[in-house]
Design a binder for this molecule. Structure first.
Ligand SMILES: CC(C)(COP(=O)(O)OP(=O)(O)OC[C@H]1O[C@@H](n2cnc3c(N)ncnc32)[C@H](O)[C@@H]1OP(=O)(O)O)[C@@H](O)C(=O)NCCC(=O)NCCS
Length: 102
């Protein structure tokens, strides 16, 4: 089992260009980002950084290696890695994510 966390200052991800977004969000995540805006992007960014901290350090991972969507109840989950649990929380200035990999 492994754990990772990350915190993002929301304003750091404000007004990022399309090239940056393309590096961070998958196609499905981008559709949600268009509806939900900055805090959604911050949540994906923090969660993916947290996942990369928790993954075995034998491989270089990229943001697009992980797709994080939400269940109908809102619970964030990693589509392509079933052994990951994610929790995200937003405040006005910061977003935090905690991840467990088992
Ligand atoms: C869901 C809930 C925890 C969100 O808390 P909040 O303080 O308003 O908002 P936070 O910023 O801390 O959390 C938002 C994040 O929580 C996560 N989240 C949303 N619903 C969730 C749930 N049911 N369980 C776990 N995590 C949830 C999401 O990742 C969301 O961020 P994202 O949309 O960027 O992915 C809160 O509304 C709550 O406790 N609701 C009661 C339980 C509930 O409504 N369950 C859903 C039944 S349909």
């Amino acid at each position: 089992m492994n754990i990772g966390c990350d915190i993002v200052e929301n304003k750091r991800l404000e007004n990022k260009n399309d090239a940056f977004i393309d590096l961070i969000l998958t196609k499905n995540e981008k559709l949600e980002y268009q509806k939900k805006g900055l805090l959604y992007l911050c949540g994906r960014f923090a969660a993916k950084e947290a996942i990369m901290k928790a993954m075995p350090q034998t491989k270089n991972y990229h943001f697009l290696d992980f797709e994080i969507l939400n269940t109908e109840d809102g619970i964030p989950y990693c589509v392509n890695q079933k052994n990951i649990r994610i929790s995200i929380s937003h405040e006005k200035k910061f977003t935090i994510a905690v991840v467990i990999i088992f």
